[in-house]
Write a protein that binds this ligand. Structure first.
Ligand code: ITT
Length: 188
């Protein structure tokens, strides 16, 4: 019989938790939500931010925990908003991002999942989905979903029903889950 594991997902964003829960269920991992507002460090590296978030989250919840940091990188804006995606979403929002793009609409969503336990040596896993930014917001979803069109599609994340099978989050969590399940099975 397949083993089942339980882990804490620490975030201030329930949408991320819901998607992560659906994705990890396929790998036999159940998630519990831990409401946590990270003090985000100023860094241009999503990996660094995720590692720091994981250490802070473990210090608070004292249980094996995963966190996620995400950046939306627009090529013609030199990678902006990247590590500032959360702030940019809260301030100028989707229409603001669209208004900045004058030429090449290529973009990339990067997710870094970081795991931390009592060893306090966080491990990070990356997932990337390439795509482009739409000319206007379309569909539902949350965050940047209405403006991100994954490569090979002509609809935004907010218009498709299989986001969780192709998203940056899915790819990072798949990498994490393979590592985690192997590690749990080997009893380390
Ligand atoms: P944390 O508390 O976990 O940090 P957050 O919402 O601040 O939650 P991030 O910094 O990781 O999350 O995300 C940066 C921004 O990107 C933020 O505005 C999110 O809403 C948005 N975002 C992240 N993943 C997304 C997705 O799958 N679809 C649409 N927008 C997303």
């Amino acid at each position: 019989m397949r083993q089942s594991f339980e882990l804490v997902f620490a975030s201030s964003n329930k949408n991320k938790y819901k998607e992560a829960g659906q994705i990890l269920r396929q790998f036999g991992i159940r998630l519990k939500f831990y409401n946590f507002s990270p003090t985000e460090i100023q860094s241009d590296l999503i990996h660094k931010i995720a590692i720091k978030k994981a250490l802070d989250a473990y210090a608070r919840c004292k249980k094996p925990v995963i966190v996620e940091d995400v950046g939306l990188f627009v090529k013609s804006l030199g990678g902006f908003p990247g590590p500032y995606s959360s702030y940019v979403y809260k301030t100028i929002g989707n229409r603001g991002v669209i208004s900045l793009i004058k030429r090449n609409r290529s973009a990339q969503f990067l997710s870094v999942i970081a795991y931390c336990d009592h060893k306090k040596r966080p491990v990070a896993f990356e997932g990337i989905t390439n795509g482009s930014i739409s000319t206007k917001p379309k569909g539902g979803g949350w965050g940047y979903d209405p403006i991100f069109i994954p490569k090979g599609r002509n609809k935004t994340y907010g218009q498709i029903s299989d986001k969780n099978q192709i998203s940056h989050r899915y790819r990072a969590l798949e990498n994490f889950a393979r590592w985690y399940c192997r590690r749990q099975s080997s009893g380390r």
